[in-house]
Design a protein around this ligand. Structure first.
Ligand SMILES: Cc1cc2nc3c(=O)[nH]c(=O)nc-3n(C[C@H](O)[C@H](O)[C@H](O)COP(=O)(O)O)c2cc1C
Length: 377
């Protein structure tokens, strides 16, 4: 087995961006873990497209603007955040760093970020809250096969001070990553979901000879519209939904009273034929309405990427793999440093593009890069 380096406690001078963390991270985790983290579903088309979509846009500079009062603040679910970068729910973070999600939460707290804790976090949601009470935390909810377990998770998240729910809807079936399979990835014991450890597994569903593992198996336990309506009636927390792409679904969810949307392709790990989240974003914004909260994740790697997402309709962006890689390289320090880099990059782009506030970032600032249309990568 390839030895891995212990996490850094000081940052080298050449560690300056999300790309640098991506370059370094494979030294700090096992090759199979890297395959699990980096990979996507199917042919990884959606994974590649999610990045390529950002390359199709450039940003036009503006001159002579008075930006002395500029800032990156944004109002989200009744709170004012210092910057528009949130940490995506990423499962099993103890396989990336010994302190797992606690280190991620501390890194977020140090830089006014929001940690969205996965249902599949390796540490129980209460432990993360107790170790980083100062961190602004949201809880990502996967519906569980038994309603009473879903409700118990919700109550525990409320009791532990999670300020919003993010309900992930795009992966009732999650295709395996061929990259992870080929690398022999098996979830190590420390990566098992700590918040779910206390629940008995759901009763085994017996499938007949003609039954489909997908339809009569997994989808028979997947949430439906009735489950979502039920959930909304159970809590006063703001509920965002993650992974909703079709305008009809967006309108229906909006009518049901969801607080916001995370435009997402699950990091290219669900439907491989889904367009890039950045390309889906304008239609989701149009369907959700100007007042809705719309976040974007998938391929955000820089302040310029955040600028483009905001110009195309997002209020804020969510980062998955970059934060996981920063966690692997340098724990809380890495996560905090990554968020600071992203924020500073965004400030510089805003300054050069003549935008004093996030509200000033509009579609007019973007230039369609025809050369970038070659998505053969
Ligand atoms: C290793 C890994 C684990 C993930 N686990 C979850 C999860 O538990 N719940 C969830 O809603 N999304 C999960 N996601 C998706 C992320 O929340 C997010 O949508 C995606 O990573 C964003 O794309 P990016 O990695 O390009 O930033 C996971 C993604 C990765 C890479």
């Amino acid at each position: 087995m390839t030895p891995t380096r212990p996490p850094l406690t000081t940052l080298p001078r050449d560690l300056l961006s999300a790309a640098d963390y991506e370059r370094l991270a494979p030294d700090f985790i096992l090759p199979a873990t890297w395959a699990w983290l980096a990979g996507g579903s199917g042919d990884e088309r959606c994974l590649r497209e999610s990045r390529a979509a950002f390359q199709r846009w450039r940003i036009v500079n503006r001159v002579l603007q008075d930006l002395a009062g500029g800032h990156t603040r944004v109002a989200v679910t009744g709170r004012t955040l210092a910057h528009p970068f949130l940490l995506a729910p990423v499962a099993a973070q103890k396989i990336l760093h010994p302190e797992g999600e606690v280190a991620a939460a501390r890194g977020a707290a140090a830089t006014d970020g929001v940690l969205v804790l996965s249902t599949l976090s390796s540490l129980p949601l209460e432990d993360v809250a107790a170790a980083a009470p100062e961190a602004l935390r949201w809880f990502q909810l996967y519906f569980q096969p038994q309603r009473e377990v879903t409700l118990d998770l919700l109550r525990r998240a409320e009791a532990a001070g999670y300020a919003a729910l993010v309900v992930t809807l795009d992966a009732p079936v999650q295709p395996a990553s061929r990259r992870a399979l080929a690398a022999g990835f098996v979830m190590p014991p420390e990566g098992r979901p700590g918040s779910l450890a206390r629940y008995a597994p759901p009763p085994r569903r017996e499938l007949g000879a003609d039954d489909s593992v997908v339809f009569q198996g997994l989808m028979a336990e997947a949430p439906t519209w009735a489950d979502l309506e039920w959930l909304l009636a159970q809590t006063v927390l703001p509920v965002l939904v993650k992974g909703v792409a079709h305008p009809d679904d967006v309108r229906r969810l909006r009518a049901l009273g969801v607080a916001g949307f995370v435009v997402s392709a699950h990091g290219g790990r669900a439907l491989d034929e889904l367009p890039a989240p950045l390309d889906l974003l304008p239609a989701v914004r149009a369907a959700a309405g100007a007042d809705a909260l719309v976040l974007l994740d998938g391929g955000v790697r820089s302040g310029a990427d955040a600028f483009k997402a905001l110009a195309l309709g997002a209020n804020a962006v969510v980062v998955g793999r970059p934060a996981a890689q920063a966690l692997a390289v340098a724990g809380a320090l890495g996560v905090a440093h990554l968020l600071r880099c992203l924020r500073e990059e965004l400030e510089v782009v805003m300054a050069l593009a003549g935008c004093a506030t996030l509200a000033d970032i509009t579609r007019d600032a973007l230039w369609r890069d025809r050369a970038g249309e070659d998505t053969s990568c």
